[in-house]
Design a protein around this ligand. Structure first.
Ligand code: PHE
Length: 344
């Protein structure tokens, strides 16, 4: 039995000697030292020996186990160190390789269009409205009633305007014209402000319509202001924005808060007035609504219509950007697809 043990010891030591990986070490441990391993099966046979022999052979078996455990530990340290070195070698980072580069973001064309338009009007003597005078969450009272909308006006309909469910008469503004009322309430004439912002309308989304869009409102109140002043300011704006003096036409229109009212068209930039798909064959594109501030509105905000008069205008930012850059689907503005944004 002692001889058997010696044989086991020698063959195990030889295996340890030639072991190359930590997996080899585990196999040796399993084969010799585990509960089902060779050493244990020898120990099971000790019961057949005499008391004397049991002592000697048992002690020797323990000694063999001890030697093997020590050797295995030594060898596995060496193997582990080698394996670690190899791993580090393979994971080495070459800091001299060129990187992936940064993908810079782009300014959304709506933002740059708003900035551009605001700058044009600043150049014409208007100043940017204070945020608190142009809120997106508004009362029905300021968005409609103060602007001279009759109580049964169709724009107030639940199908056109987003109403808050919990607070009665609270809405998402349907137009930036609410800024007119708040500005006239808080400032004395002369007033010359420009108010860009988001507006909301409950309509189905299509290539031409989104239920969130942007408007830029303008308001000027002073003494001796005429429709001629309005025309002069808007024509000058169109000349600067489109980069050339494009033919415009002022078409008579109606808004509850302006009288007289007009819608302004510019000659189609795609076909030069001949008529095409973009202008539906008319040769003209509508770009904004405008008019002289209605006497009723001035009275609502306690401005004396005998002394002061003024004009207001409101333009759709998406529409102006689509015309200038020949964009044919409004939804492109909101997707933030870099392939689209990169073009500006
Ligand atoms: N608020 C109007 C609209 O949304 C536009 C407008 C503004 C018209 C100011 C006249 C004066 O259609």
């Amino acid at each position: 039995m002692k001889q058997q043990l010696e044989n086991i010891l020698n063959s195990a030591l030889a295996e340890i000697e030639t072991a190359k990986t930590s997996a080899d070490i585990e196999t040796i441990k399993l084969n010799y030292l585990s509960r089902k391993g060779t050493l244990n099966s020898i120990k099971k046979n000790l019961k057949d020996l005499s008391v004397e022999d049991k002592k000697i052979v048992g002690a020797f078996a323990n000694e063999v186990a001890q030697i093997l455990e020590n050797k295995l530990a030594e060898k596995s340290d060496v193997i582990y160190a080698k394996e670690l070195e190899k791993k580090l070698e393979s994971e080495k980072i070459d800091v001299t390789l060129t990187g992936l580069g940064h993908q810079a973001g782009r300014v959304n064309p709506l933002t740059s269009t708003i900035n551009e338009i605001v700058e044009i009007f600043q150049g014409l003597g208007f100043s940017l409205i204070k945020n608190e005078n142009s809120p997106e969450v508004e009362t029905e009272y300021i968005n409609f009633d103060m602007l001279n909308f009759p109580p049964d006006h169709p724009a107030k309909d639940m199908q056109d305007t987003f109403y808050a469910e919990l607070a009665p008469n609270v809405i998402l503004r349907s137009q930036t014209s609410n800024a007119q009322i708040r500005e006239m309430f808080s400032a004395k004439p002369p007033i010359r402000v420009i108010a860009p912002g988001r507006v909301y309308r409950c309509e189905s989304v299509s290539a031409r319509k989104n239920n969130l869009f942007h408007q830029i409102e303008g308001l000027l109140i002073d003494t001796n202001i005429t429709f001629g002043d309005l025309k002069g300011v808007l024509n000058e704006f169109i000349r600067i924005y489109f980069g050339e003096a494009r033919p415009t036409r002022f078409r008579s229109s109606f808004f509850p808060f302006t009288e007289p009212s007009a819608e302004v068209d510019v000659q189609c930039i795609m076909c030069g007035g001949k008529g095409c798909r973009v202008c539906s064959g008319t040769g003209w594109l509508e770009v904004l609504g405008a008019g002289m501030v209605d006497v009723n509105v001035l009275k609502n905000v306690d401005i004396d219509p005998e002394i002061y008069s003024g004009f207001a205008f409101g333009m759709g930012v998406e529409r102006l950007a689509m015309l200038k850059y020949a964009i044919d689907d409004i939804r492109l503005f909101y997707n933030n697809d870099v392939r689209f944004l990169k073009q500006f």
